[in-house]
Design a protein around this ligand. Structure first.
Ligand code: ADP
Ligand code: MG
Length: 287
C-alpha cells in the first residue's frame, strides 16, 4: 500500500496567540512494502505528521493519497482507513485498559467486525509475533506485566488488526537495551511476515540506518531531507546543525577521519566499519 503526501500543512491553535505551524507544505511518498524511517528533533512535527496518516488529524491544506484515494476527502470513512493503517502511539502501554491481555489485544479486531473465532486466532498470532506466550499471559491483567511486556501487548493490539501500513511513534522510547532490541526485532519480523509497509519514528540513528529503505528528516515542520540511509547520513554537517546525531559506526569513522583524512567514508553499520577498517589497515595508510 503506497501513500503520497502532497503539500500537507497543519496548524495548531490557528488564529490564537500561540498558533504553531506544525507541518509546512510537506511532500513525501511512502512506497508499497517499504520500511520508512522518520527522524527529527523534538517538536519538528513527526507525531503530527503520522497522525494524519490514519485520519486522526485533518490537514489545514494538502492531500494524503492512500492507494489512489484522498483520505482527507469528507466522504471517506475513517473506519476503513484505520483498518488499513495501524498507528502505535508513543508510550502505547498507557492506553491498555482491559482487564486481561487477551481482551486488550482483541479490542481492535472485534471492532473490525470479525467473528469470535477469527478474533481469537488473530490474538494468538499477534501475541506470538510480539514474542509473548498466549497460554501464559492471555488471562493476566496487562497492568501486572513488565514495562517491555506491556509495550508488546499494546503493539500486538495494532498488529492483530493486520494493517497494510504499520506506523510506530518512537516504539522503543524509555525501554532498557534488551527490550529495545526485542521490540526492533519484532518490528522486523512483522514487516517480513506480513509483507506490510512500515513507518517508524525514532531518535535512534543506528536503528534507522539499519532498518530503513527511505529516511525522512523533519525540522521545524518542514521535510528538509530524504533518501536512502546512505544518502541522508552523508549530510553530516546538516544533521549535526539541527541537533541530530549519526549512526554510531558513522560517528566513530567521522571522529577517526578528523585525525586521519584518508579514513574510510560512507560507513553506516558496525559490520561495514569493521570491513572498511580492515581494508584500510591493509593499504598504505597515511597516519
Ligand atoms: P515531534 O513529534 O517531532 O516531537 P510534534 O508533532 O509533537 O513534534 O510537534 C510539532 C509542533 O507542534 C511543536 O511545536 C509542538 O509544540 C506543537 N504541538 C504538538 N502537539 C500540540 C497540541 N496538541 N497543541 C498545540 N501545539 C502542539
Ligand atoms: Mg513526537
Amino acid at each position: 500500500m503506497s501513500i503520497q503526501i502532497r503539500d500537507l500543512t497543519y496548524v495548531y491553535s490557528e488564529n490564537l496567540p500561540y498558533e504553531t505551524v506544525a507541518l509546512d507544505h510537506i511532500n513525501m511518498e511512502i512506497r508499497d512494502h517499504s520500511f520508512n524511517g522518520i527522524i527529527g528533533h523534538t517538536g519538528s512535527g513527526k507525531s503530527t505528521l503520522i497522525q494524519h496518516l490514519n485520519g486522526l488529524l485533518k490537514p489545514k491544506s494538502g492531500q494524503i493519497i492512500v492507494d489512489g484515494i484522498d483520505i482527507t476527502g469528507s466522504d471517506v470513512k475513517l473506519r476503513e482507513i484505520r483498518k488499513m493503517i495501524g498507528l502505535v502511539f508513543q508510550y502505547p502501554e498507557y492506553q491498555l485498559f482491559e482487564e486481561t491481555v487477551q481482551k486488550d489485544v482483541a479490542f481492535g479486531p472485534l471492532n473490525l467486525g470479525l467473528s469470535q473465532e477469527n478474533v481469537e486466532a488473530r490474538v494468538r498470532e499477534a501475541l506470538t509475533l510480539v514474542g509473548l506466550d498466549f497460554s501464559e499471559l492471555a488471562d493476566r491483567s496487562p497492568f501486572e506485566l513488565s514495562g517491555g511486556q506491556k509495550r508488546r501487548v499494546a503493539i500486538a493490539g495494532v498488529i492483530a488488526m493486520k494493517p497494510k501500513v504499520l506506523v510506530l511513534d518512537e516504539p522503543t522510547a524509555g525501554l532498557d537495551p534488551r527490550s529495545h532490541r526485542d521490540i526492533l526485532q519484532l518490528i522486523r519480523n512483522v514487516h517480513e511476515q506480513e509483507k506490510n509497509t512500515i513507518v517508524l519514528v525514532s531518535h535512534n540513528m543506528g536503528d534507522i540506518a539499519a532498518l530503513s529503505d527511505q529516511v525522512f528528516v523533519m525540522e521545524k515542520g518542514k521535510l528538509i531531507l530524504s533518501g536512502t540511509p546512505r544518502e541522508v547520513f552523508a549530510n553530516t554537517a546538516l544533521l549535526k546543525g539541527i541537533g541530530l546525531g549519526l549512526p554510531p559506526a558513522a560517528e566513530l569513522m567521522e571522529q577517526v577521519r578528523q585525525r586521519c583524512a584518508d579514513a574510510p567514508r560512507d560507513v553506516l553499520t558496525v559490520e561495514e566499519a569493521e570491513q572498511q577498517i580492515v581494508r584500510w589497515f591493509g593499504k598504505d595508510k597515511k597516519c
